[in-house]
Design a binder for this molecule. Structure first.
Ligand code: NDP
Ligand code: HSE
Length: 443
């Protein structure tokens, strides 16, 4: 049997030298001996593609490595690490590298959630590889456990806090009553937020991660367009207070759930019981809660953003893929995209509970009328609580009628039935206003 030829060194082209790329470059430089030992051959950083050569850069890295010619860098590298973000030119550069059979490592969830399946197929076709552990929940190992460790089990549900910026904002709003804009600026300063933070606050960043997780958890491939997505912009201090009164906390959750005939993928502000493990996830930390048939409930927790933390996951992929290259071993086949997988179902086919806050007329028979609406749609009520409507006294007075606030928490029911309940309540004579509707998970 012929022994594989061990390369004397593997060349690494780095595309992007920003928050994450600068840390990858620093660690490749400072920990060169460690990587050489772990890989079995030195990793030689050949260049760092950036947009502008005028920006101040990481002091530990040789300034001569910076270039604006990303295409030339990709041309002959054994390993291409893409940390530019966005779709183009990242996609074309990665395609170019994969067509040459190179190892590609990326942290780019936006790209993987749109074109991951095609890029993985291209890698397989040309004998290269594509990995993106850093793309979901940054430093937390979650893609590899779903792909490899749980390959002998059936995953029913993946539910997580997948965006550090929004968790940081919601956490500070909940604990300090901090103002939204002020906390967002702090998240940007700390390097958690995307270049355009609307991707964070509108839930698109988490939605991309849900699509990637669903492919690995259920097989097949999903895109961001199949994720029903609502961000945190409409969450108010009143929502946080109402949640706290009910023993709940508001979190932006990404959920991929297997149903009998498909999978529902969603991102939305969610009320989580204070005693649930996800409720304890603070600041920019992320956590992914996995429910599998035989393993039961698993929780993966850690830093979900930040340059150094994300670089750890990027370099984990680099070392693993480089080691495969050195040993000449066949790369693993991805489950995502390799099997047909379940179809994506519309959000109306989700099954969830909701907390519905209403401002209703304070008169005999109103509770009966409200309860009747839930019964008509076969939605069971878990808890109902009536309280004073202090914040709306002036409105009630102006309207010449007295009102109270009703907080209803349902049992799990089909989303379509819950939507019908809310539509009927909005039209009911004794309901002055549907104040808020938020889904509840983890009960
Ligand atoms: P940054 O915006 O900080 O850095 C992007 C880098 O790419 C910059 O160095 C920029 O150059 C360079 N770049 C962008 N466009 C081009 C282009 N067209 N040609 C050449 N260079 C270009 O991003 P991050 O480091 O925060 O993120 C990188 C990737 O990692 C993204 O996909 C992100 O989603 C992902 N990620 C980020 C995490 C984080 O916590 N920040 C966590 C997990 C994943 P220049 O410096 O000149 O502007
Ligand atoms: N902007 C992202 C976040 C970075 O806040 O979680 C990690 O993907």
């Amino acid at each position: 049997m012929t022994q594989p030829t061990i390369p004397t060194a593997l060349s690494v082209a780095l595309l992007g030298g920003g928050t994450v790329g600068s840390q990858v470059a620093r660690l490749l430089t400072e920990d060169a001996d460690l990587f050489a030992e772990r890989v079995g051959a030195p990793l030689h950083l050949t260049g760092i593609a950036v947009r502008s050569l005028d920006r101040p850069r990481q002091a530990a890295v040789d300034p001569a490595l910076y270039t604006t010619d990303a295409e030339a860098l990709v041309e002959d590298a054994d390993i291409v690490v893409e940390l530019m973000g966005g779709i183009e030119p990242a996609r074309s550069l990665i395609e170019r590298a994969l067509r040459r059979g190179a190892v590609v490592v990326t942290g780019n969830k936006a790209l993987l959630a749109r074109h991951g399946a095609q890029l993985s197929a291209l890698a397989a076709e040309h004998g290269g590889s594509l990995d993106g552990e850093a793309a979901v929940a940054a430093a937390i190992p979650i893609l590899r456990p779903l792909r490899d460790s749980l390959a002998g089990d059936r995953v029913h549900r993946v539910m997580g806090i997948l965006n550090g910026t929004t968790n940081f904002i919601l956490d500070r709003m909940d604990t300090d009553g901090a103002a939204y804009d002020e906390v967002l600026a702090e998240a940007q300063r700390l390097g958690y937020a995307e270049a355009d933070p609307t991707a964070d606050v509108q839930g698109h960043d988490a939605a991309a991660k849900v699509a990637i997780l669903a492919g690995l958890a259920f097989g097949g491939s999903f895109t961001i367009d199949q994720v029903d997505c609502t961000g945190i912009a409409a969450i108010t201090a009143q929502d946080s207070a109402a949640a706290a009164e009910a023993g709940l906390v508001v979190k932006l959750l990404g959920i991929a759930e297997r149903q009998v005939d498909g999978a529902v993928l969603r991102v939305h502000p969610t009320l989580v019981p204070r005693e649930h493990p996800l409720a304890a996830v603070r600041g920019a930390f992320n956590a992914v809660f996995v429910e599998a048939e035989n393993a039961g409930e698993l929780m993966f927790y850690g830093p979900g953003a930040g340059g150094r933390e994300t670089a750890s996951a990027v370099l984990g992929d680099v070392v693993t893929a480089a080691r495969h290259r050195v040993l000449g071993s066949a790369m693993r086949a991805d489950r995502a995209g390799a099997t047909a997988g379940p179809p994506a179902l519309p959000i109306t086919q989700a099954s969830t509970s909701e907390m519905i806050v209403l401002r209703v007329c304070d008169a005999p028979g109103v509770l009966r009328d409200v309860a009747a609406v839930f019964a008509e749609h076969d939605v069971s009520i878990e808890a109902m609580r009536q309280g004073p409507d202090a914040s709306d006294d002036a409105v009630a007075e102006a309207e010449g009628r007295s009102s109270v606030r009703l907080r209803v928490i349902t049992h799990r029911a089909p989303q379509a039935a819950l939507d019908a309940v809310v539509a009927d309540l909005s039209a009911a004579e004794s309901v002055y206003e549907v104040v808020s509707v938020l889904r509840v998970e983890g009960k």
